[in-house]
Design a protein around this ligand. Structure first.
Ligand code: BTN
Length: 237
């Protein structure tokens, strides 16, 4: 059984786990909050965190034989996909780590790296719209309740998620990124399509042709040049 610790309220499950990670918290721990007062998303965005949705974080410590920890976003997305298809179908993965249903965002993943050298670790924060979804966001969102008429209990979802994540993490640690990449691409949206990728100061257009061996998005620009994108926001899918 996973070590899942539930709190009525936290500022952010990522922050709570980051504090524990600096001491002796071991890989496999999960922190869950019924609500967050300062939930955050990628690129400094606010993550709306009302009771009824799932807000959780887990810790992965760098093992010397592991591939790079940044690939954990794909491992987490696969585990989350496997978990949520038990409740609703038609879920697709959007690079780098969103889950969408019919183009609407169902969940997001925030990876935050910490520690140095042998203490290197990553905190994986996961938010899932179970009962509610935000209306005032750039990308349309949805929830399990809106899709199916019923919201699962957050603790049931995180229990399944912890099991699925442990299996995908072990598979990745033992066999590397190739199988994770293939599984991710098989569930992805936008591959083979023309997309827009917004970087900090630059916007690129091109065909999404796949992922490289590190997990970067491969974009074939109109010039024919293939560009590997390591961080950015994808639009047009
Ligand atoms: C995204 O921008 O799509 C990522 C959203 C990640 C939200 C989760 S909720 C649990 C964890 N704690 C946070 O403050 N953020 C992550």
């Amino acid at each position: 059984m996973a070590d899942i610790r539930r709190y009525a309220e936290l500022a952010s499950t990522n922050d709570a786990l980051a504090a524990l990670a600096l001491s002796d918290a071991v890989e496999g721990i999960w922190i869950v909050a019924d609500q967050q007062t300062s939930g955050r998303g990628r690129r400094g965005r606010i993550w709306h965190s009302p009771p009824g949705n799932l807000f959780c974080s887990t810790l992965v410590r760098q093992n010397p034989v592991d591939p790079p920890l940044q690939q954990m976003s794909f491992v987490a997305a696969l585990a989350l996909h496997e978990t949520l298809v038990a409740y609703t179908g038609n879920i697709h993965l959007k690079w780098p780590n969103d889950l969408l249903v019919e183009g609407k965002k169902l969940s997001g993943i925030l990876l935050e790296a910490g520690g140095a050298k042998e203490n290197a670790h990553v905190i994986i924060g996961i938010g899932v719209n179970l009962a509610h979804y935000p209306e005032d966001v750039e990308r349309p969102a949805t929830s399990i309740a809106a899709l199916t008429g019923a919201a699962p209990q957050p603790m049931d979802v995180v229990t399944r998620l912890a099991e699925n994540f442990a299996r995908w993490r072990a598979n990745w640690g033992a066999h590397g990124f190739a199988a994770v990449r293939a599984a991710w691409l098989a569930r992805a949206t936008g591959v083979g399509q023309r997309i827009e990728v917004r970087l900090g100061q630059e916007t690129l257009f091109g065909m999404f042709t796949g992922l490289d061996e590190a997990g970067a998005l491969l974009l074939r620009l109109d010039s024919g040049v293939i560009r590997a994108v390591h961080a950015g926001d994808v639009y047009g899918i």
